[in-house]
Write a protein that binds this ligand. Structure first.
Ligand code: NDP
Ligand code: 2IT
Length: 453
């Protein structure tokens, strides 16, 4: 790392104290783009990186609601409107007790580059709350969502800022928030994506992140004349992204052998087939149960609860060919990465956002495996949100095959853009540099054209 890059990172750290996740995401982009700044000194002179790392606007608000006992509750709501150079702010809402400003700023920052890579006209944003939907009744979730939207509604709109789902926000929450927005505004518009199919949603949006992540992985494998047939895959998480990752791995001839939640992981050596996947979907989406139930139902599986005293996750120490982290940030640390590599993993495709910490990323890149960072590999979700916005604007619904074909083309193009940028800047095969540079160049060009705003 050059002195000027190190200085820039240190200066930004000083400006953002107590925001480790945000600084982790920024430092990676700054490092990747140092070669771009050398070639484009005008971007250094116009402080392009510093401007990109400052959100255009951060909204923080009180979310009061009443639980089923009639007790008063209060949570904190956020929307980080990070960058609108390419289009309306676009990005998900996360409801999880761990949510804080650092996490939402890292997610919003990565979203800028991810959305640029999709080639669709979307800026970057992210939001959410420290509300925990776990253990809450449907009525409690509805009252929370209505209160959250009562404030958020004044800041968003179909041409301003278009939120969607993320951890803890799925079809149910999007429905409650959409209903409240419509009531407040007296407008039926595409203000949220991930809507129900009968009221403005797009086919393939629920599947898109997982499917897209596997399409991206298939593109990476194709660079080595390889494919999914016979590949054993580790998948973490058991939510939206994990479920459709497992489904597409099956479609393409591979086998997923793990699935997890915050309580622990399940290892099913015999593979998660379609019947078992249907059980996971029903368990997680309908009954909202724990993944340990999988091992109670299927004797071929072994459940291992999380051990907080371990410095690594034993799930990443299972022999496999590919890994699809699909739960949350920093779920793979340096020890996990070393275990994956020692066991012969040759591909990591990130369904989650920033699931590998920086020590893990360095090891994957140094080892020269096929490593697809989240902002490229999981861009299929937001890309299909962009397709939902397009359909809403036209007041049309495209058929399933058409949306899926567009998603596949977008993932292919993102893969090609990463490869081209990595080649162009002298680090062939480095998808981290490729994604960061290709995304940066597009956003920087738009910011340059639009002047100092
Ligand atoms: P879901 O809420 O549907 O599922 C999240 C899964 O991850 C659950 O199994 C959950 O377990 C687990 N998980 C969440 N937080 C933690 C944690 N702190 N420790 C351990 N496990 C955890 O969310 P999604 O599937 O939508 O999101 C998963 C990841 O994919 C996130 O990183 C998200 O940002 C990213 N992503 C999502 C997109 C989308 O379209 N939904 C698009 C692009 C990226 P438990 O139920 O026990 O909490
Ligand atoms: O991280 C992400 O890209 C998402 N959670 C999806 C965002 C979106 O607007 O569909």
């Amino acid at each position: 790392m050059s002195d000027s890059t190190r200085e820039l990172i240190e200066q930004m750290k000083a400006q953002n104290p107590g925001e480790p996740e945000f600084m982790q995401a920024v430092a990676e982009v700054v490092e990747s783009c140092s070669a771009v700044l050398d070639r484009h000194p005008e971007y250094r002179e116009t402080r392009m990186i510093e401007r990109m790392a400052e959100p255009e606007r951060v909204i923080i608000f009180r979310v009061p609601w009443q639980d089923d006992h009639g007790d008063f509750q209060v949570n904190r709501g956020y929307r980080v409107e990070f960058n609108s150079a390419l289009g309306p702010y676009k990005g998900g809402l996360r409801f999880h007790p761990s949510v804080n400003l650092s996490i939402l700023k890292f997610l919003g920052f990565e979203q800028i580059f991810k959305n640029a890579l999709t080639t669709l006209p979307m800026g970057g944003g992210k939001g959410g709350s420290d509300f925990d939907p776990k253990g809450k009744s449907d009525s409690e979730v509805m009252r929370f969502c209505q209160s959250f939207m009562t404030e958020l509604a004044r800041h968003i709109g179909p041409d301003t800022d278009v939120p969607a789902g993320d951890i803890g926000v799925g079809a149910r929450e999007i429905g409650f928030m959409f209903g409240q927005y419509k009531r407040l505004r007296n407008e039926f518009t595409g203000v949220l994506t991930g809507k129900g199919l009968d009221w403005g949603g797009s086919l393939i949006r629920p599947e898109a992140t997982g499917y897209g992540c596997v399409y991206f992985a298939a593109e990476m494998l194709a660079t080595r004349n390889d494919d999914f047939h016979g590949k054993t895959c580790l998948v973490s998480g058991s939510g939206n992204v994990a479920q459709y990752t497992i489904e597409k791995i099956l479609d393409l001839g591979g086998t997923a052998v793990t699935v997890s939640d915050s309580g622990g992981f399940v290892h099913d050596e015999t593979g998660i087939d379609r019947e078992k996947l249907a059980f996971i979907k029903e368990l997680k989406n309908v009954r909202r149960g724990r993944i340990s139930e999988y091992a109670e139902k299927y004797p071929s599986a072994v459940y291992t609860p999380v051990d907080p005293d371990l410095d690594h996750n034993p799930m990443w120490d299972i022999k496999a060919d590919c890994a699809f982290p699909s739960a949350t940030q920093n779920e793979i640390n340096g020890t996990d990465a070393a275990n994956l590599l020692a066991n012969g993993v040759m591909l990591v495709s990130e369904g989650a956002n920033m699931p590998s910490d920086s020590a893990a990323v360095d090891q994957f890149v140094d080892a020269g495996i096929l490593y697809g960072p989240g902002k490229a590999a999981n861009a299929g979700g937001v890309a299909t949100s962009g397709l939902e916005m397009a359909q809403n604007s036209m007041r049309l619904n495209w058929p399933r095959d058409e949306v899926d074909a567009r998603l596949q083309t977008i993932m292919k193009n993102i893969h090609a853009a990463c490869i081209d940028a990595a080649d162009e800047y002298g680090t062939p095969g480095n998808y981290v540099n490729g994604a960061n540079i290709a995304g940066f160049l597009k956003v920087a060009g738009a910011m340059r054209d639009q002047g100092l705003v």
